[in-house]
Design a protein around this ligand. Structure first.
Ligand code: SAM
Length: 279
């Protein structure tokens, strides 16, 4: 008999996929980590039963969390990632040749340890001398930082448990303080289709507007994430993502992408009407 996993997106809906083999399961101090082999998506990581990444489409989320902000910044040198233990985002940040240092603050060391075993193509980035991995709570880490980073990327789990505070105003204000005068913040911001998450998306947007002169939400189509449409919110102290020559920077930096490209840089910020109406 076939074995199926349901990734619940609400109590009433979810994504169902076949599981061929349970490759790994362990409970860390923070969450239950599972790696399963699937015929359709390759290896899949689940944290507390929630799908985090699949070999087949991780590129969409990771490219779209990283590149719009790094391309908007003319010279991103020092980048901070909060969360992101699988290292897919780190991987993409390091593709930008001007980046000199990337600090990644992940609360759960086991996520990175397990990713090294099952997603070595992503964690290869940890060997880059520009990468510094810190295993600590991103909320506490940011309180100590001031005018340090060109770009901060928040690659978090959903707003429950240790990640809940990563969607709060106090944390967003700490990000603002930790950015240089022309810094850019971008956070993953859940699916606009899921009614219970819409207030979180709206509140983050209001909080960002209180802090930054430029706030630009955008979306990406991610087949395995909740309802297939994912939201990000970019907030910038100086640079407008729609006023930069994305094409020139994209080719100059020789990015190796499967989803993001220069026309999409602009297109991603054009929101469907129902998403626009959230704001
Ligand atoms: N792509 C994913 C998604 O949106 O489904 C996110 C994946 S990444 C593995 C999320 C990481 O954020 C997890 O490894 C989790 O341990 C980490 N995390 C959650 N709360 C955190 C916090 N307060 N500080 C640092 N890392 C945190």
């Amino acid at each position: 008999m076939q074995n199926w996993h349901i990734d619940y997106h609400s109590p009433h809906r979810g994504l169902t996929f076949e599981v061929q083999e349970l490759l790994y399961t362990e409970r860390s101090m923070y969450q239950e980590i599972k790696i399963v082999q699937t015929p359709e998506f390759g290896k899949v990581m689940l944290l507390d039963g929630v799908l985090m990444l699949t070999e087949a489409d991780e590129f969409v989320y990771h490219e779209m969390l990283c590149h719009p902000s790094l391309i908007t910044h003319p010279n991103p040198q020092k980048v901070l990632i909060i969360g992101g233990g699988d290292c897919g985002t780190l991987n993409r940040v390091l593709e930008h040749p001007g980046v000199q240092q990337v600090v990644q603050v992940e609360i759960d060391e086991m996520v990175t340890r397990v990713s090294k075993l099952y997603f070595p193509a992503l964690t290869a980035a940890t060997k880059d001398p520009r990468a510094e991995l810190i295993f600590a709570d991103g909320i506490a880490y940011l309180k100590q930082q001031e005018s340090t980073f060109d770009v901060i990327l928040v690659d978090s789990t959903d707003p429950v448990g240790p990640a809940e505070g990563l969607f709060r105003q106090e944390f967003l204000a700490d990000c603002h303080k930790a950015l240089k005068d022309d810094g850019i913040l971008c956070l993953q911001c859940e699916s606009p289709w899921i009614a219970s998450l819409q207030p979180v998306i709206q509140q983050v947007n209001r909080d960002l507007h209180q802090l930054f002169p430029i706030v630009a939400p955008y979306t990406a189509a991610i087949q395995t994430y909740q309802a297939g449409l994912w939201m990000f919110q970019l907030a910038s102290k100086q640079y407008n993502p729609l006023a930069v020559d994305a094409k020139e920077r994209f080719y100059a930096r020789k990015l190796n992408c499967k989803y993001y490209n220069a026309p999409l840089h602009n297109a991603a910020f054009a929101l469907p009407q129902f998403v626009l109406e959230l704001f």
